[in-house]
Design a protein around this ligand. Structure first.
Ligand SMILES: NC(=O)c1ccc[n+]([C@@H]2O[C@H](COP(=O)([O-])OP(=O)(O)OC[C@H]3O[C@@H](n4cnc5c(N)ncnc54)[C@H](OP(=O)(O)O)[C@@H]3O)[C@@H](O)[C@H]2O)c1
Length: 322
């Protein structure tokens, strides 16, 4: 009898939790730093942050691209006194990035949001990567995300607020022909994001891991130049998104404290399938994942088989031509 009394109460409490909208944090007049903000997804994120009233700092190395992006971002500002600035520094240089971020805090104000978008991809078969290529990929994608994060965390903890975004990739969830080194770096970002998300929760600092699919950016154009045929063919099975679309979802997810930021149905399937022990954003998300995980394994198996077929076909064609 007592159990029967509690069941309706439980259902009402659950429904309330599921249906209550998530509060969106505001970045109006807050300082937002975007690494890789001079191009592609980072530039789009910086423009969107400016449109939301934030003081925006972009970080990259090439001065010309920084200056042209700064103008584009400034044009998107909605307040007269909004500050847009840029810093040329290599994010994988620990001392330099720490010092620049410290200076920015003094000059512009406390950093509220750090969006890590700096990164790059090189493709190829694992045995063909030179030591230099490997170091470049690890520096740009892993160390270049870790060091800015390490620099801001003590201040975020002191202030008991902050938002950190790490930009990984769909190949942070699954390995893919041609992406061995890049994918390893992006897998590492998932481990980093999950760990710091746990460490920072008591300090009211949120962590979002963005997992963009193929996105039409200068970086993607460069990546295409190094793709083996197999990787090209597998990539063609998915679509190509606009950087603005990816950046908009990234900001939206980060501002409502979602751990994963994904765009599109295929990304949703992959993320749900690989969710494992990752943080969940809401009870609703947890329930959807619990129900879908089993059936999605079968859909995943279908994709894997079709990728294997593409690779086998390329292998046989090459064998014949030899
Ligand atoms: N485009 C895609 O299809 C795609 C898909 C999944 C994930 N991603 C990820 O999304 C992020 C942005 O990619 P994107 O396609 O927008 O690339 P992008 O157009 O090439 O932009 C990359 C930005 O990062 C900066 N950067 C690179 N290395 C840096 C370093 N060591 N120090 C400071 N800045 C550095 C670049 O400027 P400088 O070269 O002047 O320094 C540029 O501003 C990357 O992490 C990428 O791996 C992209």
């Amino acid at each position: 009898m007592i159990v029967l009394f509690f069941i309706p109460l439980f259902i009402v409490a659950l429904a309330k939790r599921l249906l209550s909208p998530k509060q969106t944090k505001s970045i109006d007049k807050k300082h937002v730093v975007v690494t890789g903000g001079s191009s592609g997804i980072g530039k789009s994120a910086a423009v969107l942050a400016a449109r939301k009233g934030a003081n925006v700092t972009i970080i990259a190395r090439n001065l010309e691209r920084l200056s042209s992006a700064e103008k584009e971002i400034a044009a998107a500002c909605i307040h007269k006194d909004q500050i847009v600035t840029s810093v040329s520094v290599d994010v994988s240089n620990r001392k330099a990035i720490q010092s620049e971020l410290d200076k920015l805090e003094e000059k512009i104000g406390p950093i509220y949001m750090l969006i890590n978008c700096a990164g790059m991809a090189l493709c190829g078969k694992v045995e063909d990567f030179t030591e230099q290529d490997i170091n470049t990929l690890i520096s740009a994608n892993f160390l270049g995300t870790l060091y800015p994060i390490q620099s801001v965390i003590p201040k975020f903890k002191d202030r008991k607020e902050g938002i950190i975004v790490l930009t990984a990739s769909q190949v942070a969830l699954m390995g893919m022909f041609g992406y061995s080194i890049y994918s390893s770096c992006k897998f590492a970002l998932r481990g980093l994001a999950e760990s710091i998300s746990m460490e920072l929760k008591p300090y009211n600092v949120s962590v979002t891991l963005a997992l963009p699919p193929d996105t039409d950016t200068p970086g993607f154009e460069n990546e295409n130049k190094t793709k083996p045929e197999e990787t090209h063919l597998i990539s063609q099975t998915g679509g190509l998104l606009a950087p603005d679309t990816v950046a908009e979802k990234l900001l939206q997810d980060a501002l409502v404290n979602n751990f994963f930021s994904v765009v599109g149905f295929e990304s949703f399937i992959l993320t749900t399938l690989c969710t494992g022990m990752s943080p969940f954003a809401s009870l609703l998300e947890l329930m959807i994942q619990s129900v879908l995980l089993g059936p999605l394994r079968l859909i995943g198996a279908y994709y894997l088989t079709s990728f294997d077929k593409i690779i086998q076909k390329c292998y046989l064609t090459k064998q014949k031509s030899q």
